[in-house]
Structures are given as C-alpha cells and as structure tokens.
Design a protein around this ligand. Structure first.
Ligand code: URA
Length: 213
C-alpha cells in the first residue's frame, strides 16, 4: 500500500476492520481489547514493512544451492508512546522479535491538551535504525509530534508512525510538523470532542488496555 498524497497509509483490510469494530464496542472486555490490539499490531507490522529492502543471499535447500531474499537495510527500533503504545508494542514484538525498543512517556495536560514528557529511554544506536513510533490513538497529534521530535533529537532520520485510529486533526498536525514521517492507521474517524477524544473512537485506549477504569 503506497502512502496517500498526505503521507497517510490507511490499512483498511477487512480482517483489521472487523477486529477494530469489536475493540470499539463499549462492552468489549479488557482481555478482548488487549488481545485484539495485539493481533492488529501484528497485521500492521506486515504492512509497515511492505517497502523494507531485501537482499539476495545464497542458501542451501535439501535439493540445491540458490539465491533467496532476506531483510536488508536499517535494523528496527520500536518506540512505544506510554502507556497505550505498549499495547501495539507487544504484538509488533511477536512478529519482530529482534527489534530494539524505546519508550517515550508523555501525558496530555487535560486543560491545554499539550504533551508533557515524564520519561524517555531510547537505544543508543537509534541513529542507525529505522524507528517505528507506536501510539494507538492519534488524536490532537500533540503527543505524536513531541514523540517523533524526541526520536529525531536522538539522531534518527528514518521514522514511521503507527496509530490504530486517527482523527483528521491529528494527522494534519503530525504531517505539518513532520512531513517526512509517514502515518499508518487503520481508520480515520470523524473528529475530536471538546476533551480531545476521538469520535466515534473507542474511548481511552490506556484505560481499556490496562483495565484502569
Ligand atoms: N487518547 C485516547 O486514549 N483516546 C482518544 O480518543 C484520544 C486520545
């Protein structure tokens, strides 16, 4: 799937849409929500790496010697935007087990909706890696802009952003601040409400993932 003109890749596979619909339902349990987010994360990893470079290597099958493709290019770093990013992280790690992991802790000031940093830990060699920044909800985009900036400040020049759900405002904000960063998402919802929640959305992803409400 190629990025659209605005640099957004809508991953609208029917299997993902079906799983996302169950996640949106208020009645879906913490267990179900967590499991589905992990499953969708695996499917998203597949799409995010669609353009990953490969190189031919010589291997021996039981029958013959031949040249076959393997992944080449930059190694990966998954960057989870705490705390809901961890829900995408576990599924991605299931399918990309050798990836390094970074964490950026940001909370939204409820009054200003601005991102406030409280934690950051990134691999020292992130400047040599491709970073995949993970946050299920791209709402105002303020946290996404700040998280991507932190990864850039650490020297990384190859970054993709992955959100389960996005609001048009969040995409516009992130793309304006970081036009070099493609955005992968499974759905673009209608709008944000006055509290910065995505509508129709799925509620607070962190609370639903960790059962904290
Ligand atoms: N964060 C969430 O968890 N949900 C939203 O709808 C917006 C931001």
């Amino acid at each position: 799937m190629e990025p659209g003109r605005d640099g957004t890749i809508l991953v609208d596979h029917p299997l993902i849409q079906h799983k996302l619909t169950i996640m949106r339902k208020a009645e879906t349990s913490t267990l179900g929500f967590r499991r589905l987010l992990g499953e969708i994360a695996m499917l998203l990893a597949y799409e995010v790496l669609r353009d990953a470079p490969t190189e031919l290597v010589e291997i021996e099958t039981p029958l013959t010697t031949c040249m076959m493709p393997q992944l080449a290019g930059k190694k990966l770093c998954l960057v989870s935007v705490l705390r809901a990013g961890d829900g995408l992280l576990s599924g991605m790690l299931d399918i990309l087990p050798a990836a390094r992991v970074g964490h950026v802790g940001l909370y939204r000031d409820p009054k200003t909706l601005q991102a406030v940093e409280y934690f950051i830990k990134l691999p020292r060699d992130i400047d040599e890696r491709m970073a995949i920044v993970l946050d299920p909800m791209l709402a105002t985009g303020n946290s996404a802009v700040a998280a991507v900036q932190k990864v850039k400040d650490a020297g990384c020049t190859s970054i993709k952003f992955v959100a389960l759900l996005a609001a048009p405002e969040g995409i516009a904000n992130l793309r304006e601040a970081h036009p070099d960063v493609p955005v992968y998402t499974c759905a673009i919802d209608q709008c944000l409400n006055d509290h910065g929640y995505i509508v129709p959305g799925l509620g607070d992803a962190g609370d639903r993932l960790f059962g904290t409400k």
